[in-house]
Design a protein around this ligand. Structure first.
Ligand code: UT7
Length: 326
């Protein structure tokens, strides 16, 4: 049976750190509140003049370098992002050109925080079907470009970063085994950006009214995130007769440490089996899952079962069973 397997992981994190102490100077908040309510201590910030393509290129180049694969071997580039370089063309096209993936086709995939997992699923299916040999799936978000640093409820949560995975075909019993994804558009009310799209294009009024930023009703999102991320992971595991003992690591989207802990508890995963790096990067949206794989790469062995899970705006959510390939 032909499947897609991850053969390399790359990452890019901007050097500039935004700490809780820095945020205390911007809004009415405290290190204590942020750590207790979110688990975040600092995030990375890309700064002006560079966008999500810059970080995606760096992450993709590292993945290719680690595998020793020339970019011309890549057939498909998917960039998962809610903060594309431009509204169009796709950031994926800019990235493919910059890294020298001149044979590749590609596109951006936007499903809020679930973008990376959905992109990984689509790329894996294309490889399994024999349509594509090698694909790069890159999650890259410059969240600082859409965060209102006057809104204490959102500005403490998000950071910038990128992670990339290289996917190749295999006939071994490893790789992307299965996934279950879901969406519910009624969740739009609780997490969205009001202006900048076709219904409310940018204008002096939309800028003046600060409508180009992330709007979130945190409590609603929190509740749904815990329930759905656990339920979809449970359903996927049940479908394949997997229990928590069979899983080496649970890899959840990093939005809030309390969401991660509550979902892990429902799934009966001890915290030492849960990948977590939110403390250092905050919520990097499309980059959280590949950044987890990158940070824990040295702890993974061939054949390890991982359950990746996500929840985000839309609402979108899902889980993917991955068997590590190296
Ligand atoms: O990745 C996309 C998906 N996003 C998520 O999964 C995020 C989900 N939501 C959350 O993580 C949490 O809901 C938040 C971290 C956003 C908020 O935590 P919470 O425990 O749900 O707090 P809350 O919104 O219920 O607010 C509690 C209090 C409020 O004050 P009052 O009304 O009780 O006086 C807020 O104004 O905390 C206040 N508050 C803050 N205080 C200090 C909100 N943000 C801050 C802050 N510093 N940064």
């Amino acid at each position: 049976m032909r499947r897609a397997v991850i053969t390399a992981v790359g990452a890019y994190l901007p050097e500039k750190r935004l700490t809780n102490a820095d945020l205390e100077k911007l809004v009415e908040t405290s290190d204590e509140w942020i750590v207790e309510r979110t688990g975040i201590r600092e995030r990375r910030i890309l700064g002006r003049g560079k966008g999500s393509a810059y970080m995606a290129i760096k992450a993709a180049e590292e993945a290719l370098r680690k595998r020793g694969l020339p970019a011309e071997e890549i057939d498909l580039v998917i960039v998962a992002t809610v903060t594309p370089e431009h509204p169009f063309p796709a950031t994926a096209n800019i990235v493919a050109n910059a890294i020298g993936a001149h044979r590749a086709w590609g596109f951006d995939l936007e499903a809020a925080c679930s973008s990376f997992l959905y992109g990984l699923s689509i790329a894996a299916d294309s490889i399994a079907a024999g349509r594509v040999e090698r694909a790069l799936v890159i999650g890259s978000d410059k969240m600082s470009s859409i965060i209102d640093y006057r809104d204490r409820a959102t500005c403490v949560l998000f950071g910038d970063g990128a992670g990339a995975v290289l996917l190749e075909p295999t006939t071994e019993d490893v790789g992307v085994m299965d996934y279950l994804h879901q969406a519910d558009g009624s969740g739009c009310a609780y997490l969205h950006m009001k202006a900048g799209g076709s219904v409310l294009p940018p204008s002096v009024r939309t800028v003046r009214e600060r409508l180009h930023y992330v709007y979130q009703e945190g409590r609603q999102v929190f509740k749904h995130a815990v329930v759905q991320m656990a339920a979809v992971s449970e359903a996927l595991m049940q479908k394949h007769g997997l229990t928590a003992e069979d899983i080496a690591f649970f890899v959840p989207h990093q939005a809030n440490r309390r969401i991660i802990e509550a979902a892990a508890e429902r799934l009966r995963f001890p915290m030492e089996k849960v990948m977590i790096n939110i403390e250092r990067y905050g919520n990097t949206t499309s980059a959280t899952l590949p950044l987890c794989l990158y940070d824990y790469e040295s702890q993974l062995k061939k054949g390890d079962n991982l359950i990746l899970a996500t929840f985000g705006g839309g609402f979108t959510w899902g889980a993917l069973w991955l068997r590590w390939g190296y």
